[in-house]
Design a protein around this ligand. Sequence first.
Ligand code: NOJ
Length: 529
Amino acid sequence: MKKSFKDYVVYQIYPRSFMDTNDDGIGDIKGIISKLDYVKHLGVDVIWLSPVYASPNYDNGYDISNYLEINPEYGTMDDMELLIEEAQKRDLKIIMDLVINHTSSEHEWFKKSMYINSEYRDYYIWRDKPNNWTSFFGGKAWDKIGDSYYLHMFAKEQPDLNWQNPKIMEEVQNVMKFWLDKGVFGFRCDVINIIFKSSLEDGKKRLILTGFEYYHQQDGMHEILKRLRNEVLSLYDTFTVGETVFVTPKEANDLIYPEKTELDMVFSFAHMETDQINNKWFRTKFKPKKFIKVISKWQNEVYWNANYFENHDQQRIVSRFANEKYRVYSAKMFATMLIGLKGTPYIYQGQEIGMTNGDFKDMSEFRDVETFNVYKLAKKIGIPKKLRFKMMLKSSRDNNRTPMQWDSTGGFSHGIPWLKQNKNTASINVLDQLNKEDSILNYYIKMIELRKTYKALIYGDFKFISMKRDVFVFARTYEKQKMIIICNMTDKNRKFNATFSKGKLIIANTYATKNILKPYEARLYLIGE
Ligand code: NOJ
């Protein structure tokens, strides 16, 4: 049977931090090629490659200055073609990031668009006066060049494209065809549910994202996605996942039901917001119940989920939703949950070895534009220095961008890494875990294998069973096969109702007694065949 997006397990590579082969401290495409056997060994099917396009790197490649060229820091177009070819040889597929809400301010289109009479003027959103919208990276969403203002929903170096202009559709379709013709398997579509601005009126004043009602999930976005699907993607064998901010299950379904012909699945944020107050810079204690409720709601209501606990914008799950003291158990518990849930699992580089947040000592060690922007803003509103730094330590995206830990000395680069390598690479690294039967890495590999062995783990229904005392129990059932997944999300022993555990124990991250779960213990039972 031909595989569909439901069958895949996806591994995300953040090229800048994956593997450096020319000793400049920056990961590169040749580095990715050198690690393809490792990626294959994990058992995954698809690689999501964060941007490798030409870019001045204000936002690490999410500011593209040429969609048809490779950033020389990462290599050449020949390298990229070789990567696609070598991946294909190993039956690995590659999806690329499609960043079409904005370009870099150094893109030729934008440079030409600065001239009022240029045919490129309407590629972007220019006005004589700004409205009151605020940007995702904090502060105003408008900047001035000459006498005019342009809209940027992210950094000022990332001007928003004007999707009211039909030329943008044509340009983007050409970009997509260019990469699909090269053998790329599809796209992860960056902030896709904000690309269409239906009006530029002043928005209702909000603590964050004033203007939201005029660009979030607008009808025009659905029209765009249908056209991209019907006029381009459907001509190839593809896979798409959209990054969608602030979506409800209903809004997600409106994007992914097959009859909508828009996207295959979307990343939502609701479960990642369960330890936040209003926005990610204000964190509260992680409460497993809140998390379990959100996860279960999405499992029940959404046609097909894109499941993830980490990516290049988040923090390490063992540091964030668990207790680092129990790093090994909690990493495996989250692996059991991630791969046990209904939907396509996404694993972010380093997650498979239980990497932790960065060990940054002061602001000079950060690199992320968002971190600096928000730090400045926090200063402006009077948040004391110590607290500001603490906020950054907790929520900076750099936490997940530290170099991949290949061996006890790092193994990422012979040069000085662009972002500080975690010291704990001495004890948390791939080489060590490949050799240890009971490592987090080998646990991921086993879980991925199990997903391929038991149909219930892919096609099974989801049924919430219980969350008493923060032990999440759910079932996946397909025909006569039933899997029961049990995750203790606390750092305490938990008494456990043994009726859940009738059946055959298929995998566990530890096991002492039938009726007591140890901290972060996870088990998977099979009932039936
Ligand atoms: C979402 C990406 O994941 C993030 O890294 C980026 O900064 C913004 N979109 C803007 O492109």
